[in-house]
Design a protein around this ligand. Structure first.
Ligand code: ADP
Ligand code: ASP
Ligand code: MG
Length: 371
């Protein structure tokens, strides 16, 4: 009888150096020895992806996206091989696979590709042979055979689509934080861990900028009914946040800041921002996610770095008293702040230098003060 299979994903900070790679290998081996087949999705070591992008920028202010994809796919190929070797050193068989070898088929939109199909035949064969399978996150291959990448943070998506395609029990996203908090715990010391988070609330938190689980991965989890959790790499499985398919309550779930945005003027050529447009202000300026685009300095139009800080939960948009408290807290920092609501999220557009203060103020006004 075949064993139950789990997919674990380890982010860049979890494999930033050899010591940490060895610790991750030991965590994987412990899962394996507790009776599971294990598929591991791994990100590039530490800051590798940014370093590769910075190298490209030194060569060309606007490098071609095909070459960029080949370049940045290398980061995950380094970590996957080292992790496989570390597991072998602990006495368990392991093999590593690129996105293409893992059967992650995408569209052709370089640097921001979408997964169209997953054919994990080689991964399944490796599991059948008793191997631990290590997969390079964040990358795939188009139907024309080109290497593509899935957008920044895309290893989470790799993990979820593989969980679905393999029919694995669950997907555990492991990082430097032990779950989803009511705000970024690095910015807001009063933030608390959420033990059980409705999937739709997790999607709203991710879309509003909380990094710990990627929005696209959560959408894929919803589409395919994947069971998902967020855990700390440094702690055993089961102590983090479980994402559950129940409907959200009306309470405020959390506060999230997105500091990777900028505003471009109405005359900007929007085709250049393919897949990165996040909204339009009444004055005609467009809100763009700068993470999958060339650096601001090389753009043909002036762009203003900006941030959004959002309160997630129906109350923020439906309860006037809660809305008033939020506006009061934010206007104390910036009297001219602009806001809008969408779905169950209330968002404020703030100068990037005010993002952290605004996140703390909103958390204090809407979460701490109600405890
Ligand atoms: P990885 O590199 O492992 O994918 P990420 O950097 O994508 O990890 O996500 C983990 C980071 O997300 C944490 O270090 C934390 O600072 C940040 N973060 C932002 N918002 C939240 C939140 N609401 N809960 C937990 N972590 C958050
Ligand atoms: N290494 C890629 C990035 O830095 C993908 C990931 O970490 O998931 O965005
Ligand atoms: Mg991440």
């Amino acid at each position: 009888m075949s064993r139950a299979c789990v997919v674990q994903k380890y982010g860049g900070s979890s494999v930033a150096d050899v010591t940490r790679i060895r610790a991750v290998a030991a965590r994987i081996v412990a899962t394996r020895r507790s009776g599971f087949d294990v598929v591991v999705v791994v990100s590039a070591m530490g800051n590798t992806t940014n370093e590769l992008l910075a190298l490209a920028e030194q060569i060309s202010p606007s490098p071609g996206r095909r070459e960029l994809d080949l370049l940045i796919s290398v980061g995950e190929r380094v970590s996957m091989t080292l992790l496989a070797m570390a597991i072998q050193e602990l006495g368990e068989p392991a093999q590593s696979f690129t996105g293409s070898q893992s059967g992650i088929i995408t569209d052709t939109r370089h640097v921001n590709a979408a997964v169209e199909e997953v054919r994990p035949y080689r991964i399944q064969r490796a599991l059948d042979e008793g191997q631990i399978a290590i997969v390079a996150g964040f990358q795939g291959v188009s139907r024309t055979g080109e290497v593509t990448t899935l957008g920044r943070g895309g290893s989470d998506t790799t993990a979820v689509v593989l969980t679905a395609a393999l029919g694995a029990e669950y997907c555990e996203i492991c990082s430097d934080v032990d779950g989803v908090y009511t705000a970024d715990p690095r910015t807001v010391s009063a933030a608390s861990k959420i033990d059980e988070l409705p999937l739709d609330s997790a999607i709203d938190m991710a879309q509003a900028g909380s990094k710990v689980l990627l929005a696209e991965a959560l959408h894929q989890a919803k589409t395919h009914g994947v069971t998902l959790s967020a855990s700390a790499t440094a702690k055993p499985s089961g102590s983090g946040t479980r994402v559950v398919p129940t409907p959200p309550s009306s309470n405020i779930v959390g506060i999230a800041a997105d500091i990777g945005l900028c505003l471009v003027p109405p005359e900007a050529p929007l085709a250049e921002f393919d897949g990165s447009i996040r909204g339009r202000l009444p004055d005609g300026r467009t809100l763009v996610d700068e993470r999958n685009l060339p650096p601001l300095a090389t753009w043909a139009v002036p762009a203003r770095p900006i941030a959004t800080v959002s309160a997630i939960g129906r109350e923020a948009v439906s309860n006037p008293a809660v809305f008033e408290r939020a506006v009061h807290a934010v206007t104390a920092i910036d009297p001219d702040v602009c806001w809008w609501s969408h779905g169950q999220t209330l968002s404020f557009l703030v100068d990037r230098s005010h993002a952290a203060d605004t996140e703390r103020a909103l958390h204090n006004a809407l979460i701490v003060s109600t405890l």
